[in-house]
Design a protein around this ligand. Structure first.
Ligand SMILES: Nc1nc2c(ncn2[C@@H]2O[C@H](COP(=O)(O)OP(=O)(O)OP(=O)(O)O)[C@@H](O)[C@H]2O)c(=O)[nH]1
Length: 194
């Protein structure tokens, strides 16, 4: 999916001063944003996170996943280096949307794991694709990254879209008694390197 750049502005945060860049998919009007800090277009590998939307974790501080702490840690790491990018993709619930994610949570309350819950709802475990990253990174002048992730599919997807990943930086944070099983399932069934 291609995206058009729409606007950018400064974004002071508790981790420091970022710039927020807004993008939109022309056909679907799906929105995505990038946060950047420092000179990311100078050709040096850029510390980067691709973060999929998780309203419950990122916004409400839910402990059912590790999303909130991962986003916080990624922003803090970028701030510590003074340079980096966070691509925040509106792919709630690994692409099934917020309402379906809550449906999946209800099935998980009854004993399903995160993959089984998606299957019971008729979805593949992960519906995300990352083609929009190519346009977003081209706009930012980034072609080479150090990617903060435990998910090998994100590394593969970026390389397929012409972005060189020179290093995978593990992002292990936020394990707690409420998300223990969720993180184990990602490792056992979704190939995550936890
Ligand atoms: N379907 C579903 N989605 C979930 C569940 N818990 C969290 N999510 C979604 O999973 C996605 C997690 O995204 P990321 O943290 O960017 O990616 P990741 O694949 O875990 O890989 P990392 O880069 O290692 O964090 C978000 O879109 C969340 O909304 C769940 O139980 N079911």
């Amino acid at each position: 999916m291609s995206v058009d750049f729409v606007a950018s502005s400064r974004l002071p945060t508790r981790h420091g001063q970022f710039t927020i860049h807004a993008f939109e998919e022309p056909q679907t009007r799906q929105e995505h944003v990038a946060l950047s800090m420092g000179d990311v277009g100078n050709g040096e590998p850029v510390l980067m996170r691709i973060h999929s939307e998780c309203l419950t974790g990122d916004g409400f501080g839910s402990l059912r996943c590790d999303c909130g702490p991962q986003l916080e840690a990624a922003m803090a790491k970028v701030a510590a280096e003074g340079r980096g990018v966070i691509l925040y993709l509106r792919q709630e619930g690994r692409g099934i949307g917020l309402v379906n994610k809550v449906r999946a949570y209800q099935l998980q309350d009854q004993g399903a794991d995160t993959v089984e819950a998606n299957e019971q709802l008729g979805f593949a475990p992960d519906l995300r694709e990352y083609s929009m990253c190519e346009d977003m990174l081209r706009h930012l002048g980034v072609s080479c990254v150090r990617l903060m992730t435990n998910n090998p599919l994100k590394v593969e997807a970026l390389e397929k879209h012409g972005i060189r990943v020179v290093e995978r930086v593990p992002l292990m944070t936020g394990r707690n008694p409420h998300n223990d099983q969720y993180l184990d399932t990602k490792q056992e069934k979704m190939g995550h390197l936890l």
